[in-house]
Design a protein around this ligand. Structure first.
Ligand SMILES: Nc1ncnc2c1ncn2[C@@H]1O[C@H](COP(=O)(O)OP(=O)(O)O)[C@@H](O)[C@H]1O
Ligand SMILES: [Mg+2]
Length: 146
């Protein structure tokens, strides 16, 4: 079952992300897919807003993993944000401890999650962003609900 939305601006994409994220639970893992510039990081920013995370997305050192500490309804939430864009091989990915980060009572959001089909079965939701002209983006959300 998938939901499809049409976003007309980054703000609207963040709003869809906030609605989506309000239903997430610790232990879930989200695969964020789409070409460069599709809006994966914008969507991620909307997710961090729901959990009141400190904004670290513009950190110059951000490459593979950013860890956020936030909260939801008074409960602490740890959010692991991966960007697999620069990871070339499954060995390289394994060396980062990715497998462990996907497990446990954390919330994981993985940009370019579809680059490594080996982990496809670990995601509880997939969000695909597609260019649909100028500032238009199609957002396709599939819950795989493990
Ligand atoms: N509707 C939209 N939703 C998301 N981003 C948009 C939209 N319209 C234009 N943009 C722009 O597209 C770019 C998306 O960048 P980013 O989120 O970093 O992409 P990605 O992480 O997928 O490579 C940003 O510059 C953003 O301002
Ligand atoms: Mg990105």
């Amino acid at each position: 079952m998938s939901e499809v939305y049409l976003s007309r601006s980054p703000e609207e994409t963040r709003e869809y992300a906030r609605r989506f994220a309000s239903g997430l639970r610790p232990g879930e893992a989200v695969s964020l897919c789409g070409q460069l510039g599709a809006g994966k990081t914008v969507f991620m920013r909307g997710i961090t807003e729901v959990f009141n995370c400190q904004d670290q997305l513009s950190s110059p050192t951000f490459s593979l993993l950013n860890i956020y500490h936030g909260s939801l309804k008074g409960e602490e939430v740890t959010l692991h944000h991966f960007d697999l864009y620069r990871i070339k091989t499954i060995q390289e990915l394994a060396a980062t401890g990715f497998d462990e980060y996907l497990s446990g009572a954390y919330l994981a959001v993985v940009e370019w999650g579809d680059r490594f089909p080996e982990f496809a079965g670990r995601y509880t939701a997939t969000v695909r962003l597609e260019h649909a002209g100028d500032d238009l983006r199609r957002i396709i959300i599939e819950r795989t609900g493990l």
